[in-house]
Design a protein around this ligand. Structure first.
Ligand SMILES: C[S@@+](CC[C@H](N)C(=O)[O-])C[C@H]1O[C@@H](n2cnc3c(N)ncnc32)[C@H](O)[C@@H]1O
Length: 249
């Protein structure tokens, strides 16, 4: 069976909560401009990383643990595009020298990592005075054990409350931290996803149906995930939100 990210990587879909608007807010709060060298950690299908380059003119390196994701992301680059590149890499052990990047953006990734390894790594590779911008799944209030266990088991996601995210950033040496926590809004989310993925939306569904019809392993895995989605614990949406966190080195 394919896991949560393998199912997504095979059709080239990834997303983060809050869509394009959340990305724009992070860019504003991190003061990104065309002179910046930006690391996008967990760049997934590459859409957000490419938008970050297009909207600001900054140069971008996107890294992702999944080789399939990196291949999908590279396919989106025009041959003349030199301002963005995608490489395989692990947030917990970044293969970059110290003080390398002006800004790090990571959207819906750090919650899937060992945060005691990834956040210190973000601090290490940032230049002094550089900004870290995170968009991470944040519990609006302490979740029930059932909800927390569901996220860990089905998605491998270890979400935190706002206080815990703030402590993790502070413990790794970030200062002047600002945060804003938002509830999930399904309609706004669908609009934001569509703005980011645009025409790729149709390609993604095309790949999905092709795999679903022709690959048994994929069909079994997708059916299993759909079954899990139908058995989401009660009250899930009461707890589930996202937080934007910006700190400076
Ligand atoms: C929910 S997706 C978000 C992708 C992208 N940031 C976006 O907004 O579309 C999470 C991504 O994090 C990647 N990922 C998970 N653990 C990682 C790690 N330790 N290092 C780098 N990437 C990781 C996954 O492969 C996946 O592409």
């Amino acid at each position: 069976m394919y896991d949560y990210f393998e199912i997504q990587a095979k059709i080239g879909i990834t997303k983060h909560m809050g869509g394009l608007e959340a990305t724009q807010n992070l860019l504003k709060w991190c003061k990104v401009d065309n002179s910046d060298h930006v690391l996008v950690v967990g760049s997934g299908n590459g859409v957000s990383a490419i938008k970050i380059h297009e909207m600001t003119g900054c140069t971008v390196v996107g890294i992702d643990l999944s080789e399939d994701m990196v291949i999908m992301a590279r396919e989106k680059l025009k041959s003349s595009e030199t301002g963005v590149k995608f490489v395989v890499g692990n947030a917990e052990n970044l293969e970059f020298s110290d003080n390398r990047f002006d800004v790090i953006i990571s959207e819906s990734v750090t919650g899937f990592t060992d945060k005691t390894k990834s956040i210190p790594e973000y601090h290490r590779v940032l230049k002094h005075g550089g900004f870290l911008g995170l968009n991470e799944v944040t519990w609006i209030s302490n979740p029930s054990r059932e909800v927390d266990e569901y996220c860990r088991r089905v998605m491998g996601l270890m979400a935190e409350t706002e206080d815990v995210w703030l402590s993790l950033l502070m413990e790794s040496g970030f200062k002047d931290i600002n945060s804003s926590v938002n509830r999930m809004n399904q309609w706004k989310q669908m609009k934001g996803d569509f703005q980011l993925q645009s025409m790729d939306f149709f390609k993604i569904w095309g790949r999905f149906f092709n795999l679903y019809l022709h690959e048994t392993e994929y069909r079994k895995s997708a059916n299993h995930l759909a079954w899990e989605a139908l058995h989401i614990p009660r009250g899930f949406n009461r707890y589930y939100g996202y937080g934007l966190y910006v700190g400076q080195k």
